[in-house]
Design a protein around this ligand. Structure first.
Ligand code: SF4
Length: 398
């Protein structure tokens, strides 16, 4: 494969927007939106010069009654109003540690707000500033599809020996399915521990919904082979697998992926190594297996932040994760002489998370300050009960 070996003179973070990125960033209609719900009110204009002052004033009026959570992948204009930042699980726990806050404004995506609702008290209201902020990966596994898959596993005679392990990035329904069938939730930080625990409970794992995290953890951390893993495609009869394939497999991977991390390719790694001599390639385990195999370091968002924090001055890093976070890290560590570039040449925002912008945040905070609860996310009690079982199993992982 031909690679560009000329030294780069461009800003390494000056990546180019693709038409798809612009579409998903909400500047055009998004026909594939997984939620597609408009906010029931008049959003302030994005060009209103008073947006920052308005958000500040509304937040001050609410005082301790509101707690704003900002996911690492969120826009800077929103992050500046977050009381805490973190990954999805840390933020849900932060919310649970603030039982006095009447409103939890979750600047993330839908499944994260659901998890916060599960872990907070019934009196607390979890708010998602834009109901269209879903997660394409979470939407790749619906409750109906997963129930059907379990029937397929039952018919093949393997369901009894299979333990579901679901990534945090899944809907409350999928977490409840996992709890009902004796499984556990995992994050990208504890996926190895979750799989080791699951293989102590049964012979096989059904890993939902991110095939890449499941495969990477099984092969890299547990030493399984690629042949031990099969891919269950919910859009094909019987998942596209024979009963014998299901019986032979150790890992049954759901055919889901992250539309952000799935865009990094082996070519991205080869290209950046040619452009930036001596670069360390650090990627998230939601990336494809060949990308992870070609990288120098692999780990969760928290791992990425901690690794860059501990990196020596003068070191060079290409990061394979969401662009908002990479930009913030590049700015933060530039003063320490650490060169941080984005792994790909094109924009790689989490488009659904980017739906939450300053106009949505202002609209939400002003409504709450006026006593109107908008965009509340609730999980029904039965779903909550079983989803909580699976979350508690994760907290109890050895
Ligand atoms: S980065 Fe990927 S997994 Fe995370 S919220 Fe966005 S689409 Fe979902």
């Amino acid at each position: 494969m031909a690679v560009n070996t000329a030294p780069s003179t461009a800003d390494p973070l000056d990546v180019q927007p693709s038409p798809l990125a612009l579409l998903l960033l909400g500047r055009e209609a998004d026909a594939a939106s997984e939620r597609g719900v408009d906010c029931p009110g008049d959003l302030p204009s994005p060009s209103d010069p008073d947006l920052v002052a308005r958000a500040r004033a509304a937040k001050e009026r609410l005082g301790e009654r509101v707690f704003v959570l900002g996911h690492h992948y969120q826009r800077d204009e929103v992050i500046q109003f977050a009381d805490v930042t973190g990954d999805s699980f840390k933020l849900a726990r932060d919310a649970a540690a603030r039982p006095d806050a009447e409103y939890i404004v979750f600047c993330g995506v839908h499944f994260m707000a659901e998890s916060a609702d599960i872990l907070t008290t019934d009196d607390q209201r979890v708010i998602l500033p834009d109901l269209a902020a879903g997660c394409s990966m979470a939407d790749m596994a619906t409750a109906e599809q997963v129930a059907e898959a379990w029937d397929v596993l039952t018919e093949a005679g393997v369901a009894e020996r299979t333990v579901p392990v679901s990534y945090m990035n899944s809907s409350a329904d999928i977490k409840a399915f996992t709890g009902r069938h004796g499984g556990t939730i995992c994050t990208s930080s504890n996926a190895e521990r979750a799989l080791r625990w699951a293989f102590g409970q049964g012979e096989k794992v059904l890993f939902l919904p991110d095939q890449h995290l499941g495969r990477n953890t099984a092969v890299r951390d547990l030493g399984l082979s690629l042949e031990d893993c099969v891919l269950y495609n919910p859009h094909k009869p019987n998942g596209g697998l024979t009963a014998q394939q299901l019986r032979d497999a150790k890992m049954i991977l759901w055919r889901g992926h992250c539309s952000v991390h799935g865009r990094f390719s082996l070519e991205s790694v080869e290209d950046v190594r040619a452009r930036v001599p001596g670069v360390n390639v650090l990627v998230h385990p939601e990336c494809r297996h060949e990308v992870v195999a070609a990288a120098d370091y692999v780990g969760s968002t928290e791992y990425i932040i901690n690794t860059l924090d501990a990196a020596p001055a003068g070191s060079k890093w290409a990061i394979g994760t969401e662009l908002n976070l990479v930009r913030r890290l590049a700015n933060r560590y530039a003063a320490e002489g650490k060169e941080i570039v984005f792994l790909d040449r094109t924009v790689c925002f989490c488009s659904t998370m980017n739906r939450i912008d300053l106009p949505h945040l202002v609209w939400t905070l002003e409504a709450l300050a006026e006593g109107r609860t908008v965009n509340r996310i609730t999980v029904d009690p039965q779903t909550e009960k079983y989803a909580k079982l699976a979350l508690e199993q994760m907290l109890a992982l050895p």
